[in-house]
Design a binder for this molecule. Structure first.
Ligand SMILES: Cc1cc2nc3c(=O)[nH]c(=O)nc-3n(C[C@H](O)[C@H](O)[C@H](O)COP(=O)(O)OP(=O)(O)OC[C@H]3O[C@@H](n4cnc5c(N)ncnc54)[C@H](O)[C@@H]3O)c2cc1C
Length: 308
């Protein structure tokens, strides 16, 4: 293992590492760039008896203003290895690679299969964890293999063993219940180290036009400002945004946070929003939607630390 695999920093402000720009100080951030780095970061946490948290691009999480004790393992492997077989390619992408940048790079090189994810914030590993999806695609349909660090070894999974479903996976089901309070090293579930996608050769110009259309659509629907994307999952056959709007909650504010006027399932940080501000709005939305429609909205966003 080299310095490149693992770099540990002490007392790191987390807000700039999230798309909401919310979150206090982490005791340690362990920047890892390989499976060996993950192993070493876990050993460091174990040695100091500290809890562990996993951070990708921070685009789907609410981190406590009180910060996080222990070791935040930040996935930074942005590598991309391509094996071409005539008109197909198998591309193995590091968990820390930015989703949008990787997709654009592959599309511009004439490889089709991931253009749906044009503009999707976050990392490849984070997208696998939550089975990110949009514009007709999702991770479940797109990955051929997922490589995870699990109980001291690198394990290779095909999608059928990862129980992907709407915004979830077997990995998320295993880690989410303890993630918000920090995981003991012995209880850490799978950590996505990389994923392999199978792509098909196509015309780069056609793919780039397709991505430009998706980008324009995304721009037209996305509120300006810092957010985590959709806060709640859509209930079956309905949309959380529609319900929140119908409950009259567009523009509802608390402290520095506001329910977007453009898309009611977004809570935007207007500047200086705290995790408590967001949490207060989340609780208010849940209670009003329950009262008005008898529906329990389930957050899509992951909460890390003591948010209330
Ligand atoms: C403006 C905006 C628009 C968005 N639009 C969409 C959309 O259209 N569709 C959609 O699905 N999502 C959307 N999102 C949400 C977000 O982009 C996705 O959920 C994204 O896949 C999260 O990736 P991340 O790397 O940022 O994960 P993070 O936010 O860093 O982490 C999310 C969860 O994944 C876990 N995790 C992260 N990396 C790993 C890993 N390598 N191994 C194990 N666990 C890991 C974390 O512990 C955490 O629990 C949007 C967000 C924003 C800000």
């Amino acid at each position: 293992m080299s310095h490149a695999d693992l770099m540990i920093q002490e007392s790191v402000l987390l807000a700039p590492l999230t798309s909401w720009r919310i979150g206090g100080v982490a005791q340690y951030v362990a920047n890892v760039r390989s499976a060996a780095g993950v192993e070493a970061a876990l050993a460091f946490a174990d040695q100091h008896r500290l809890p562990v948290w996993i951070l990708g691009g921070g685009s789907n999480m609410l981190i406590s203003d009180n910060g996080l004790p222990g070791v935040v393992i930040r996935m930074r492997d942005t590598s991309m290895h391509t094996v071409v077989q005539t008109d197909t390619a198998r591309v193995t992408i590091g968990a820390g690679a930015p989703m949008a940048g990787s997709v654009r790079h592959l599309g511009n090189a004439g490889w089709a299969g991931l253009t749906w994810a044009e503009g999707l914030p976050g990392t490849f590993g984070g997208a696998v964890y939550g089975n990110a999806g949009c514009y007709g695609g999702d991770i479940a349909q797109s990955v051929a293999e997922v490589h995870v660090w699990r109980a001291g070894a690198l394990v290779h999974h095909t999608p059928d063993t990862l129980a992907f479903a709407y915004r979830t996976s077997a990995i998320k089901r295993q880690n989410a219940p303890t993630m918000h309070q920090g995981m003991h090293v012995g209880d850490v579930g799978p950590i996505v180290v990389a994923a392999t996608v199978q792509l098909v050769r196509d015309d780069p110009q056609r793919l780039s036009a397709e991505m430009a259309r998706t980008a324009a659509l995304r721009r037209s629907k996305t509120p300006q400002g810092s957010s985590c994307g959709s806060v709640f999952k859509n209930p079956p056959n309905d949309s959380a945004g529609r319900l929140i709007e119908a409950a009259g909650l567009k523009g509802y504010t608390h402290g520095g946070a506001i329910v977007s006027e453009k898309h009611a399932n977004y809570i935007v940080n207007r500047g200086g929003a705290t995790s408590a501000d967001v949490r207060t709005i989340v609780a208010h939305i849940q209670s009003v939607v329950m009262r008005e429609f008898g529906l329990a909205l389930e957050p899509e966003v992951q909460v890390l630390g003591e948010v209330w």
